[in-house]
Design a protein around this ligand. Structure first.
Ligand SMILES: [Mg+2]
Length: 237
C-alpha cells in the first residue's frame, strides 16, 4: 500500500457509541420516570437503530424519519409508554455532549496524523459530530470532516465517496486516488462495503457486536484492537 490518506469512522471506531447509549438510557429512564433500565434494553435499541440505519444506507428512509420513529419503536418493544419523539430530543442533546473515547483512539490518531492526511467519515449531523470530536480533544488530529450531512448523502453510497474525493483533491496538484487511501470502520455494510466498491483499501475494526451479522467480511484487513492498526500499517509499508 502506498497510502496518502486515511478515512476513519467516528461512532464505535473512535468514540464509544454503545457505552453512550447505556448511559443515556439509564439516565433518561430515571429522569423521565419511564421505567427500570436493564442492560438487555440497550441491545433492543441497537437492533432497532441498526435496522433503521440500514434503511438509510439503502436510501429507503432519511435521517429525519429515523429521528421520528426510533424511540417509539424501542418503547413499543420494551412495553413502555413514553413519547419517542420527545425522548429522541433528549437522547440527541445527551449525545451531543458525549465523547467516550475507544481504547487506543488517541494513540492511533496521533500515529495516523504523523504519516497521513486524516479524514473523518461519519454518517451523522455535522454540528453534533464535530462538537463531539472537539470535546474528546481529537480535532487536532483531523484534516477533513466528511459527515453525511455535509456531503449530502450517506456511506456506503458511491456519491458519498465521490464528493469526499472531490473535496480532498480541491486545490491539490498531486491528486489522491482511492487506491492510495484506507477506510477504517466498524460497519461492514456502510464503511467497508462503500469504500471497497470505490476502490479504497479497507480495515474492519471488529468489536464483536451484532452490527455485522449476516454480512460477509471482505475487508482487506480486520483488527480486534484499534491499536493493531498501527502494527498493520508498519508491517504493510
Ligand atoms: Mg461506526
Amino acid at each position: 500500500m502506498n497510502l496518502k490518506a486515511i478515512f476513519i469512522d467516528i461512532d464505535n471506531t473512535l468514540l464509544d457509541f454503545n457505552e453512550y447509549v447505556v448511559e443515556a438510557m439509564k439516565n433518561g429512564f430515571e429522569r423521565f420516570n419511564i421505567g427500570k433500565f436493564e442492560p438487555y434494553m440497550a441491545d433492543c435499541f441497537h437492533d432497532v437503530n441498526n435496522n433503521l440505519w440500514r434503511q438509510i444506507e439503502d436510501g429507503k428512509i432519511d435521517f429525519l424519519t429515523l429521528r421520528k420513529i426510533r424511540w417509539n419503536k424501542v418503547f413499543e418493544i420494551l412495553g413502555y409508554s413514553y413519547d419517542g419523539e420527545s425522548f429522541e430530543r433528549y437522547f440527541r442533546s445527551f449525545l451531543r455532549e458525549s465523547a467516550i473515547p475507544i481504547e487506543g483512539a488517541y494513540e492511533v490518531l496521533s500515529y495516523l496524523k504523523s504519516k497521513y492526511i486524516v479524514c473523518l467519515a461519519s454518517n451523522g449531523p455535522t454540528d453534533q459530530q464535530t462538537h463531539r470530536i472537539e470535546l474528546a480533544s481529537m480535532s487536532r488530529y483531523i484534516d477533513y470532516y466528511f459527515t453525511s450531512e455535509y456531503i449530502g448523502v450517506s456511506k456506503p453510497k458511491r456519491e458519498y465517496f465521490e464528493k469526499c474525493f472531490e473535496l480532498l483533491n480541491e486545490n491539490r496538484s498531486d491528486i489522491i486516488k482511492p487506491n492510495e487511501c484506507l477506510m477504517i470502520g466498524d460497519s461492514l455494510s456502510s464503511d467497508i462495503y462503500g469504500a471497497l466498491e470505490y476502490g479504497m483499501y479497507t480495515c474492519l475494526y471488529e468489536r464483536g457486536s451484532m452490527l455485522n451479522h449476516g454480512y460477509l467480511n471482505n475487508a482487506h484487513y480486520t483488527v480486534e484492537k484499534l491499536t493493531d492498526i498501527i502494527k498493520l500499517l508498519e508491517e504493510e509499508l
